[in-house]
Design a protein around this ligand. Structure first.
Ligand code: UT7
Length: 329
């Protein structure tokens, strides 16, 4: 009997309307369009405006789009996993809230916190649930409303991040397509370079922590950059090697969209030409857990059954990894 694999059978995505351009940022911090483009590749990013709206409000349209495309009702979803670092609330899980708003009333749901690698971690977990044979429909969401934790007076971080969500449906496949292998890594000693100082149990939020801006992303960009270039490229190459995949075998690299230079370094290490690399960082910036599913969403029509696709990410934690899948439709 053919082994059951977990195949992506539908993709949904959502980005908010508002476009924060490099020009607009020039009026907010001391920066310029040329610097941002050449150092990061970002030209604009989307921002979710409006009182009382959070990550779940980005995720729900993505989940509903996916259900619509696949022709299924949300109440037939068995499990929903949400990767995010910007949950609606510290608790309950944003996944619970997404299920409530989307009508996925029969799903159990939980969040995964692995920053920019969150979608890969969640995808691996979701795939294992399908492979177990116990679950038939698992939705994996990657979403972040990064604008809720960004200091728009810090030019080193506010130029990079944006808001967005993507979601995939996983279902059992017996043709050998779907998630085939993953290498996931973490190293918590990297937390000193990228974290949020206050608001957790070590340092609960107070008036003082807010006044000191400790509820915003703290990043030592250069240090993170060095680890990211090395980590993302190495793990992607390792995944290719251990599965005997050459650059000719690979149809697409889906890289985390943190910095165009990190993407280029990974593609070079894998021997892939630019035409095989999904890049939308210029439009959306770094949407943290949203980047990978947003790429799949945008490129969906160009994908073919049997295509070998490598997804790769690096982010806060540090967390990083790569996943190999064969497209199923
Ligand atoms: O997705 C999660 C993981 N995160 C990442 O992967 C991010 C990795 N890091 C990066 O992408 C890059 O480090 C940044 C884009 C954050 C920064 O680029 P960089 O080339 O590493 O710049 P830098 O921090 O080394 O700064 C170079 C110079 C500095 O000025 P001096 O000291 O040389 O005079 C900065 O103050 O650029 C200055 N600078 C800016 N200038 C104009 C920093 N930010 C800006 C800015 N506009 N927005």
């Amino acid at each position: 009997m053919q082994k059951i694999t977990a195949a992506i059978t539908a993709v949904g995505g959502y980005v908010p309307e508002y476009r924060l351009t490099n020009k607009e940022l020039e009026n907010m911090v001391e920066t310029n369009d040329e610097w941002i483009r050449t150092r990061t590749g970002v030209e604009e990013r989307r921002i979710l405006k409006g009182e009382g709206l959070g990550s779940s409000d980005l995720a729900v349209p993505a989940v509903l789009e996916l259900c619509n495309k696949r022709g299924i009702k949300a109440d037939t979803i068995d499990c929903l996993i949400c990767a995010t670092v910007t949950p609606d609330m510290v608790f309950p899980a944003t996944a619970n809230i997404i299920c409530d708003k989307a009508g996925a009333v029969n799903a159990f749901s939980f969040d995964v916190g692995a920053a920019c690698s969150g979608f890969l971690y969640a995808l691996t977990n979701g795939a294992a649930l399908i492979e177990s044979g116990r679950y038939k429909r698992v939705v994996v969401v990657g979403v972040d409303k990064m604008s809720s934790i960004i200091d728009y007076s810090d030019r080193a971080t506010c130029i990079i991040f944006g808001d967005g969500a993507g979601a995939v449906l996983l279902e059992p496949n017996e043709e050998g397509n779907g998630v085939l292998d993953s290498i996931l890594r973490s190293d918590g000693s990297g937390r000193k370079y990228l974290h949020m100082k206050a608001g957790g149990s070590v340092k609960p939020a107070t008036v003082e922590t807010v006044l000191a801006g400790e509820h915003y992303v703290y990043q030592e960009g250069q240090a993170v950059f060095k680890f990211a270039v090395k980590g993302m490229a190495e793990v992607s190459y390792e995944l290719m090697e251990r599965n005997n995949l050459t650059s000719d075998d690979i149809a697409w690299l889906v890289p985390h969209q943190a910095n165009l230079r990190i993407i280029d370094a990974t593609a070079n290490r894998m021997g892939l030409p630019k035409e095989k690399v999904m890049i939308n960082i210029q439009k959306y910036g770094n949407t943290t857990a949203g980047t990978l599913p947003l790429c799949l969403w945008e490129w969906e029509k160009q994908l073919h059954k049997g295509d070998n696709i490598i997804l790769a990410a690096f982010g806060g934690g540090f967390t990083w990894g790569a996943t190999w899948l064969k497209w199923a439709y």
